[in-house]
Ligand binder design. Structure first.
Ligand code: AHR
Length: 326
């Protein structure tokens, strides 16, 4: 109710400003968004599929807090693209000042982004990218997923090329930029080696998905599998259960490379059950909030901001585990 009143007030304010020709401080089309006004932001999160996602949601909620001048309308779409698009449409109808989206998949965004643009509501993307024209959103902050995949592939190449190794892959959500770009980077890094990719299927970035797909791989290929590349820690952690249940030793019989570096993943690395992790930094909230404020203030912003990642061996994981913030 309060939000409806705020949205109505914001819309009325915008109408009055347009009628009087008053620029109204930092506000832009779509509502208030400047000075001491509360900025209403609709955030369309993917869901709660992984530890990474939990850390990302927390970072966003912290940054878009009341103390920082925001009224955050949060929606998590349970990893369903239609639900996420419906949430964005809802934000447009509510007349929020700005919309932030962590897009589940790359495709399918053209229509709703056009609707947001027509309504004068700026959109900021965080985390993943979209295939829609970049005229349809103000800015994106996220990670270089292709480089993450490449770093993982280079480690595999360094440790397994020349040994005739067999590898299986647990892919992230089908059609997500995270899964597509990580696959591209990884494949490029191991190209020309004698490593055989035996199988590659989606585990949807979840622990459960990783476990189920790994069980299938183990039934089919058994101890012929030398290496597992999981597109995120959670699927790797699910796979650990399957590997142990099959009587094999993770980290030794099957070496495991993952992406994310969340606490549980880093613990598995420090314990010797994982062998290498490429970081994917989930702490994007502050930068996303900064972008929203700047865009609403009419300031120029970069179209793309890439946050740097690191990578960790087992020894490095032991050193940094206690100081990891997520
Ligand atoms: O888009 C980032 C990816 O989404 C993370 O690597 C994964 O854990 C999450 O679900």
């Amino acid at each position: 109710m309060k939000k409806k009143i705020l949205a109505a007030a914001a819309m009325l304010g915008a109408v009055l400003m347009a009628a009087t020709g008053c620029a109204g401080g930092a506000g832009t089309a779509g509502g208030g968004g400047g000075g001491d006004d509360v900025i209403t932001v609709g955030f369309a999160q993917t869901g709660s599929e992984s530890g990474w996602r939990a850390a990302n949601t927390e970072s966003m909620k912290e940054a878009f807090s009341e103390e920082n001048g925001f009224d955050l309308v949060f929606n998590a779409a349970d990893n369903k693209q239609e639900a996420q698009i419906a949430a964005v449409r809802n934000f447009i109808n509510q007349g929020v000042d700005a919309i932030v989206i962590a897009p589940i998949t790359v495709d399918g965004w053209d229509d709703v982004l056009t609707e947001a643009k027509d309504a004068g509501i700026p959109v900021i993307l965080e985390d993943r990218t979209v295939s829609a024209s970049d005229d349809l959103y103000a800015s994106w902050v996220g990670l270089d997923f292709e480089q993450e995949g490449k770093t993982a592939g280079e480690w595999v190449k360094e440790n397994f090329d020349g040994k005739g190794a067999n590898l299986v892959v647990l892919e992230g959500t089908t059609g997500s930029s995270a899964a597509l770009d990580r696959a591209t980077g990884f494949d490029a890094a191991i190209e020309g080696t004698d490593i055989t990719v035996m199988d590659s299927q989606t585990g949807d970035f979840t622990r459960d998905g990783g476990k189920k797909v790994m069980e299938g791989y183990l039934q089919k290929y058994g101890s012929d599998i030398d290496v597992l590349f999981a597109h995120n820690d959670d699927m790797g952690l699910g796979a650990l259960d399957a590997i142990k249940a099959a009587g094999l030793v993770p980290g030794q019989d099957i070496q495991i490379v993952t992406i994310d570096a969340v606490k549980d993943g880093m613990t598995a690395l420090a314990n010797g059950e994982f062998n290498f992790i490429v970081e994917c930094n989930p702490l994007l909230g502050e930068q996303a909030a900064e972008l929203v404020k700047k865009v609403l203030a009419g300031e120029e912003v970069e179209k793309a901001t890439i946050v740097e990642d690191q990578s960790f061996t087992q020894e490095q994981a032991k050193e940094v585990l206690d100081s990891r913030p997520y």
